[in-house]
Ligand binder design. Structure first.
Ligand SMILES: [Zn+2]
Length: 402
């Protein structure tokens, strides 16, 4: 059983050097054949092969599904009141994480599962076909393992974030908490986790603690990601580069050395995604929701750094699951072009997860894609806040339709 998507006005492939649009590899008046969950063929619509089923894209744009490489979906509770206080002038410090930790520990498995399922479905309706999900609101051995077990029911991209903050009961003895994370908590997390992450920030974990945790996780076989340089300058980005992290995330406060370190990891601009570069993942939903200055994406791009966009979906500092919203923010507030932002939200996210089977549409890639109710990807930034995602295919299967 195969499926032809026909009458595509603009097909964004992210195969550089084919078609128009540089890295976006745009083809016009195209068609795409899906078979066994993969892209089997793509080319001019007039040469489209026969198929068992057909979807008419109506002349709209088709893009690779969004790859949201940074999300915190396993939590309970609501922090609307904290958001309200911030919008009335209070500053964001990250301290509210402990509020969510208390609510998450008190919640039953099905409550947590229900929240992850609801947010995963919400993201899918907005075109996100791959999502990374972190733990980090349990902060006990049992609650971190449980968070990852539930996350693994929804994605293969699971991240152990036991080092999110030092929980209140360890406030006076952070070294003991780091020992717990590196030992029993990591062992309990391993069966369900693919990645390890640390919130390396003043008030969370310093460079020594972060290095200790990431190194032991890496030795146990987990890939490295870092929450770095969000609230102020710090050692997180350079530590991530030093450890060969797939991604350093936030990157709001960078100095020249940080940018140079990131740029030095990029071997060639059009290198294949399995390359070992460290991606700078920008999370503009966090700056939006904390009313903070945005990261300087232009400076990173001009230095040749690989940039990804993700939602940072979490109940405190960025409660959005919408990649189109992040694309619009990146264009309006971070001086990215629409092409750069769309690439970063698809191929960039794939590189941040060291994946070459997603974020791209070419024969053999996963048939994860979105059909827009608009003639061009440009409309994602040009028409902010408008539900332009008309259909989503996940593993070649229509995932949701209006
Ligand atoms: Zn985060």
């Amino acid at each position: 059983m195969n499926l032809l998507i026909d009458n595509i006005g603009e097909l964004v492939t992210n195969v550089a050097g084919t078609g128009e649009g540089g890295p976006l590899g745009i083809r016009r008046r195209a068609a795409l054949l899906v078979e066994d969950g993969q892209v089997a063929w793509l080319g001019p619509a007039r040469y489209a092969p026969a198929a068992d089923r057909r979807i008419d894209a109506g002349g709209g744009a088709v893009l690779p599904g969004f790859v949201d490489s940074h999300a915190h979906l396993v939590f309970a509770g609501d922090r609307a009141a904290e958001f309200n206080a911030r919008m009335a002038g209070e500053r964001y410090t990250g301290g509210g994480i402990r509020t969510t930790v208390a609510a998450t520990r008190a919640a039953g498995d099905n409550t947590l599962r229900g929240t992850v399922g609801r947010l995963r479905a919400e993201a899918l309706r907005q075109g996100t076909t791959t999502i990374e999900i972190k733990s980090g609101y349990g902060l006990t051995v049992a609650d971190e393992a449980r968070s990852l077990r539930i996350a693994a029911e929804f994605t293969t991209e699971t991240t152990f974030l036991g080092a999110h903050v030092v929980p209140a009961e360890y406030a006076d003895r952070p070294d003991d908490y780091v020992g717990l994370v590196c030992g029993p908590m990591l062992r309990a997390a391993l069966p369900y986790a693919k990645w390890i992450d640390v919130f390396c920030e003043r008030g969370a974990f310093d460079a020594d603690h972060a290095r200790a945790i990431l190194t032991v996780g890496q030795a146990a076989g987990l890939g490295v990601r870092v929450h770095a340089n969000q609230l102020g300058p710090g050692p997180g980005v350079r530590l991530g580069v030093e450890l060969g992290a797939a991604s350093v995330d936030h990157c709001t406060h960078l100095d020249d050395d940080d940018i140079e370190a990131l740029a030095s990891t990029v071997t060639t601009w059009v290198s294949e995604p399995e390359s070992s570069s460290t991606v700078a993942t920008l999370l503009p939903g966090a700056e939006f929701s904390t009313r903070s200055p945005y990261p300087d994406a232009r400076r990173l791009l001009d230095a040749g750094v690989t940039v990804a966009l993700a939602t940072d979906c979490n109940p405190g500092s960025s409660y959005t699951s919408s990649m189109p919203f992040c694309v619009a923010l990146a264009v309006r507030e971070m001086r990215m072009t629409p092409a750069e932002a769309v690439w970063a939200a698809t191929a960039g996210g794939a590189r941040a997860l060291r994946r070459d089977d997603i974020g791209v549409l070419r024969p053999g890639a996963r048939a994860d894609l979105t059909i827009l109710d608009a003639p061009s990807y440009l409309h994602l930034a040009y028409r902010p806040g408008v539900p332009l995602i008309s259909q989503v295919l996940h593993n070649g299967v229509p995932a949701c339709q209006p």
